[in-house]
Write a protein that binds this ligand. Sequence first.
Ligand SMILES: Cc1ncc(COP(=O)(O)O)c(C=O)c1O
Length: 398
Amino acid sequence: MIDLGFSKGLTEFAANQQGSFFVYDLDALSDHIANLQNDHIKLWFAVKANPLSSVIQTLDRQGMNFDVASVGELEQVLAQGIRPQRILNTGPAKSAQQLALFLQRGVNTYVVESINQLKLLNQLAESVDFKPQVLLRVQLRFDDDGDNPLGGNSLTPFGLGIDEWSEIDLADYSKVDVVGLHIFQWGNMLDGAKLISLWQQMITPLKALALTLNFEFKVLDLGGGLGIPYAGEQTKLDWATLVAALNIIKQQANVNELWLELGRFAVGEYGHYLTKVVDRKINYQQQMLVLEGGINHLLRPAITAQPFPVQLLRKSDGDFEPFHLHGPLCTSLDKLGVLALPNDVAIDDHLVFSQCGAYGFTEAMPFFLCHSLPAEVIYQAGEFKVIRPTQPASSYLF
Ligand SMILES: Cc1ncc(COP(=O)(O)O)c(C=O)c1O
């Protein structure tokens, strides 16, 4: 059972709420971010994980900086009053229009993912009165392979290999200041020792590249990839162990600054998704629940085959049984898992899915079949507040 610190109030709140919703525990999130802060690592929040205004504001109050990967994310962060100097731009699809806008808005840190991006940024930088600082994004190949959402060893558009970067002459890019390297190939890692080992393996080739290109290697950005447990038997990463290892890596790489762009690890554990049971049936001797919301609100189980942990909102003394949990879409992909629930679960009961604070609302496929959009609710200082009310299909259909 996941401890929902605010579950008493949540039952009452959910009873009066129309439709499915996400709820974010901002007090707990704030404490978590405060605990992550330390003197060795500069922390950026990967906004793609959760761009809700109040999440950004909470992280801002705890001193996080912001990694944005689109114009939409940039404008959302700026709208929360964040200064452009605390924003960096990542992403493989930076058009000339996008880069020009970022420069115009005053963003001065760029993770450059291709030679064209470097050329474009260098050209466009002529029109601003500051020299953008650049990190070149590098892809490496490791002995230790495995499937991974960020690509692992496979070919991805995220950056370039050492050979490709080695071809450039930085003298051709005098309008930008190349200060470091960025590398990030492994997502949702829960094995701390493997993560540290991968980071360590990066140091030698990255230092060699900096030497080849003849720039002072001041910043090493290791991206994100720190996982959170989605299944009961998984254990959390130990942050203190990672910080100690990263501090050694920082010294070995001989850089002034070590950066992480945290998404899932920053916000994942502080969001929950609530939806109602619409139908219950036995089909081919299997217990099945059909829910109001499925992958139209929460896509991750369909793309990773990994369910979010679930529990019944109300108390029950029923014995636990496995239930096949399906959403409302006309595809068998719309399945949130086969998970244990009390056997008295019934139509109109609320289910609470946890670990949904990252890659939830904005990662889903909400338009298919024209269902309502879920609401987004915050829990702060003991109160629930609806930030985004649920919206019917008429709000997005033309
Ligand atoms: C460039 C970049 N940085 C950071 C992140 C955040 O990753 P995570 O959620 O694993 O921390 C992502 C996620 O895709 C990313 O693309």
